[in-house]
Design a protein around this ligand. Structure first.
Ligand SMILES: [Zn+2]
Length: 54
């Protein structure tokens, strides 16, 4: 589990996640890029705000 940089919620990562993969935070729906895996570190992915409705 890693903290979402956007909402601080817990984000679950697959055990075989790789750096530079994109994951989605279930709490805030932000796209997060895996910056590093050991230890796991997430950052907001670029170009997220394309079709943000509400
Ligand atoms: Zn989040």
């Amino acid at each position: 589990m890693v903290s979402c940089p956007e909402c601080k919620g817990a984000v679950e990562l697959r055990e075989d996640i790789l750096a530079s993969e994109i994951v989605v935070c279930y709490a805030c729906s932000s796209e997060l890029e895996v910056i590093a895996v050991e230890p796991a570190l997430l950052a907001l992915a670029p170009e997220v705000e394309e079709d943000w409705g509400e």
